[in-house]
Ligand binder design. Structure first.
Ligand SMILES: Nc1ncnc2c1ncn2[C@@H]1O[C@H](COP(=O)(O)OP(=O)(O)OP(=O)(O)O)[C@@H](O)[C@H]1O
Length: 238
């Protein structure tokens, strides 16, 4: 695990004094896509929030490139190269796409223009809508704006909380294609997904969470092939 870009070691975290996640350990290497799957209430979002600095860890450590980020404010975690896209309220709906991207570049004002250009090359559809309020876009387009805002930080790791939630099947496929595209630019991805099969299809590795603990970590192909995992967490392939 020492070569991991992001290391999560024995992390316990939750809300107030109550832990929801217990002793979670995982790593994300440079260039990897890792999907976290598991039933509702397993603690997936809670763990992601702790990694992003939104929640405090009651135990354990989180490191990015070897530097401890556990219990540091989200702004510092972002400056160290980790961008977080929450499941909800991930764009400013009253603001235009352009304004959202500019706000996303807060970490380094000097690079807003060039980073914005890179985001627009990645998501050309957004260029047409630069002057449109994010609230007037489709759910899929809005998700691209949220990715775009996160990429304005020029992250080495992108955390995505259920990026396909609420999207039509066509948009779900586009969203996963976008995740692959972002990853191909060298950004590692740690994402939570209910669409477990599709997520594992584009992932290098998968993490199974249940009851606040990490139950299993394996290559995505191994999880997809496992009868146990399939029966418990994947449902049937469409
Ligand atoms: N803001 C909160 N305050 C207190 N408890 C919370 C809060 N959010 C979640 N929880 C508790 O943490 C548990 C785990 O929630 P979490 O959102 O991490 O699960 P999840 O695996 O991401 O599942 P889901 O897909 O339902 O979001 C929930 O069952 C709930 O009891």
């Amino acid at each position: 695990m020492s070569e991991a870009l992001l290391e999560v070691e024995n992390v316990s975290t939750g809300y107030g004094k109550i832990d929801i996640v217990f002793g979670a350990s995982l790593g994300v290497a440079a260039g990897e896509i890792v999907s976290v799957i598991g039933p509702n209430g397993a603690g997936k979002s809670t763990l992601l929030k702790a990694i992003a600095g939104v929640l405090r860890c009651s135990a354990g450590d989180i490191r990015i490139k070897g530097e401890t980020v556990a219990n540091r404010p989200p702004s510092e975690v972002a400056r160290l190269g980790l961008a977080y896209v929450p499941q909800e309220a991930n764009v400013f709906r009253q603001m235009t796409v352009d304004e959202n991207l500019t706000i996303g570049g807060w970490v380094d004002r000097g690079h807003v223009r060039e980073r914005r250009e890179r985001v627009l090359e990645l998501f050309p559809d957004l260029r047409v809508h630069l002057g449109t309020r994010a609230g007037n876009l489709s759910g899929g387009q809005r998700q691209m704006v949220a990715f775009g805002m996160a990429l304005m930080v020029a992250p080495s790791v992108l955390l995505l909380d259920e990026p396909s939630a609420g999207l039509s099947p066509k948009m779900v496929a586009e969203m996963f294609a976008a995740v692959k595209k972002v990853n191909a630019t060298g950004v590692a991805v740690l994402m939570i997904e209910q669409n477990a099969i599709q997520a594992l299809d584009i992932s290098h590795r998968g993490v199974v969470m249940a009851g606040g603990e990490i139950a299993l970590i394996d290559d995505a192909s191994a999880l997809l092939a496992s009868e146990n995992v399939s029966e418990l967490y994947l449902g049937t392939r469409r």
